[in-house]
Structures are given as C-alpha cells and as structure tokens.
Design a protein around this ligand. Structure first.
Ligand code: IMP
Length: 191
C-alpha cells in the first residue's frame, strides 16, 4: 500500500484528514507519529506555509507528504488572525472566542471566512497546492462541543449553527478543508 505523510502535529486536523482522504487508498501516517521536526512557518501566507511544511516532511521522511495551513480571517480584525490563528488563541480558545466576539460586536461586523491551503509535496521537491474557502460569520456566543479550534464560533453561510454544533458529518461535507481535499482528489484521479 502506498504511504502518505500528513504533515501536521495537530491531532484535530489529523482526525479530520483520515476519513476525507480514505478514497485515496493510502496508508496514512503523520509528522507527529514519525517525530519529524516542525519547520518554522515563515511565509506569511496560507499556501506558502503549507508548502514549507509539506516539503519539510517529504524531504525528512522520503515519502509524499500533504500539509494543511489553515486559519480564520475575521472582517472586524482586518482579515486577522489569518495565518496567526493558532498563535492568536495561544492555547486559550475560550479567551480567543471572547476577544473575537468583542471585536465583531464593537465593529458591528460579523463576517469571517476559513481558508485551507493544502500542499502535496514529493521527496524530489515537486509540489501542488489546492485552496478551499468557507465563508460565514462569527457566532454571538460559542456553541457546540465538536471539532477543534474555532469551530464553536464559526457559522458557515447557509446554516444557523456553528461548525462545532453541526458536527463532523456536516463539517466534513462543506468545510474549507473538505473543499481543498475535493480539489486534491480530483487532480489525483485525473492523473
Ligand atoms: P496551522 O496549524 O498553522 O495551520 O494553524 C491553524 C489554526 O487555525 C488551528 O490551530 C486553528 O486554531 C485554526 N483552524 C484551522 N482550521 C480550523 C478548523 O477547521 N476549525 C477550527 N479552527 C481551525
């Protein structure tokens, strides 16, 4: 069975990737499981950071590697925290939710979007990048216990509940990550 490294140390992302990538028929392992070093994400853009992580994992493991760089861009924060989403929370998601909601309330501007940039890198340095977007808004209060990260405060367009309250089946059908993976699967099946 062909192997693919998921270039993440984030257990929430890994859990989402497994079912979404099942159609590929790869044996999946992760940068965390292989104890690969985590490169610094210095590109300042989602696709740039995904490329850094995918190339680092492919070169360190000698296997194809798939990296995700993703985050939440909030209109009231001028598009932030964006690529700094993990750092904005600094492990305290309830605190980050309160700051986000306060900023949206102060600006009376609740629009937000998730971006997922996926990069598939080969050990020889070849890369391909795919981008998925999910538009929506910040919830006036956190809701739901599913998912990870900012899922309790993001309501995707066309829905009245947050990603966390909608649950994994709905999130996996519509999310920024699912959309990027659909493009990856289409590109791989066209080969
Ligand atoms: P990265 O590991 O640098 O790409 O950080 C991405 C961060 O963005 C995560 O740690 C979360 O805070 C946030 N994020 C990305 N995707 C999602 C998602 O699907 N739901 C909730 N938060 C997410």
């Amino acid at each position: 069975m062909r192997q693919l490294v998921i270039a993440t140390h984030n257990p929430g992302k890994l859990k989402e990737f497994r079912p979404l990538l099942a159609p590929l028929g790869y044996a999946l392992t992760s940068a965390g499981e292989l104890s690969l070093p985590e490169p610094e994400e210095t590109a300042g853009t989602f696709p740039g950071n995904a490329r850094i992580k995918a190339l680092a994992a492919a070169q360190a493991s000698g296997l194809p590697a798939l990296a995700d760089d993703s985050g939440l861009s909030v209109a009231a924060l001028g598009g932030g925290p964006g690529v700094y989403s993990a750092r904005y929370a600094a492990g305290d998601y309830p605190g980050a939710f309160a700051r986000l909601i306060a900023a949206c309330a102060a600006a009376d501007e609740w629009r937000a979007r998730f971006t997922c940039a996926l990069c598939l890198a080969q050990p020889d340095g070849a890369t391909a990048t795919y981008i998925g977007l999910a538009h929506g808004r910040i919830a006036p209060a956190p809701e739901g216990v599913g998912g990870f990260g900012y899922d309790p405060v993001f309501i995707p367009d066309g829905y009245t509940q947050t990603y966390a309250a909608l649950g994994a089946a709905v999130k996996d059908a519509i999310s920024h990550r699912a959309q990027a993976i659909a493009q990856l699967l289409a590109a791989l099946s066209a080969r």
